[in-house]
Design a protein around this ligand. Structure first.
Ligand code: ADP
Ligand code: MG
Length: 240
């Protein structure tokens, strides 16, 4: 997409849990319409950084600017209304609710009546789940559940969509479908993405740019080609 302006900027963002620093003075930015992948070893602080951006976690220090405004003190719902939406690492689909009931959950506080019905059905259709509206979500495959979760996050009509490990545990075919979905949302709707994913083939397929997080701070940023060929990046994954 067009990269004219900074959509998101964190400024010296810090998050500590007790004495442990999970986010260490991070200056992370995303341009409008950009598709950025966030990688790094387990425990690097990837999920924590995205939760700080959504407001699910409050920072210990630092600021978050979105669309030119300081959103550091806004509640998660207020950030959703501004255009920030997230699919979390931990599954949030309720297995004992129907596909339609799940799809309705995120939208219900932002739309009602005919508009809500339309957006719920669009979310189901975009996930490739037309015809499954009334079945329990527990009967869906893991790939279908991830598609439903992406739809639920996208149905909030964000300008920035944060996806925490959307293809973990999926088959090659399911991963390709998720890659298509992300690329389509990015190119056709102009949604900027931050996608946490380990698989470098998947990252190479979708990402404009890559940020490597290590020990709570940005270690490298660049194209996937630059990142993959960087021996220092290889070393942090090996833990040497
Ligand atoms: P990643 O997503 O990169 O694997 P996380 O952001 O989940 O890493 O976690 C970063 C570090 O912060 C880890 O060492 C983790 O144990 C710690 N951490 C995350 N959340 C909490 C929490 N709620 N309480 C204590 N420690 C936490
Ligand atoms: Mg994580």
């Amino acid at each position: 997409g067009d990269r004219t302006d900074t959509l998101l900027q964190t400024d010296d963002l810090v998050k500590t849990f007790g004495g442990f620093t999970a986010t260490d003075e991070v200056d992370f930015s995303v341009e409008e319409g950009e598709l950025r992948c966030l990688i790094g070893p387990n425990g690097a602080g990837k999920s924590t950084l995205l939760k700080l951006i959504t407001g699910t976690l409050a920072p210990t220090e630092g600021s978050i600017y979105y669309d030119g405004h300081d959103v550091t003190d806004l509640e998660p719902n207020e950030r959703v209304a501004r255009g920030i939406s997230m699919k979390f690492q931990v599954p949030s689909v309720y297995g004992d609710l129907s596909v339609r009931e799940n799809a309705r959950l995120p939208i219900q506080q932002f739309a009602d009546g005919e508009e809500r019905r339309r957006r719920v059905q669009e979310a189901i259709d975009a996930a490739g789940l037309t015809g499954t509206e009334d079945v329990d979500a527990s009967t869906l495959s893991h790939g279908q559940q991830q598609q439903l979760e992406i739809s639920m996050a996208a149905s909030l009509e964000p300008d920035l969509l944060l996806l925490d490990e959307p293809v973990a545990g999926l088959s090659v075919d399911e991963r390709a479908e998720i890659a298509d979905r992300i690329t389509t949302l990015n190119e056709e709707e102009g949604i900027a993405f931050v996608v946490i994913e380990h698989d470098t083939d998947f990252v190479a397929e979708i990402a404009d740019n890559v940020t490597v997080l290590h020990k709570g701070d940005i270690f490298r940023e660049g194209s996937i080609g630059d990142i993959e060929s960087d021996p220092a990046v290889k070393r942090i994954y090996l833990g040497t």
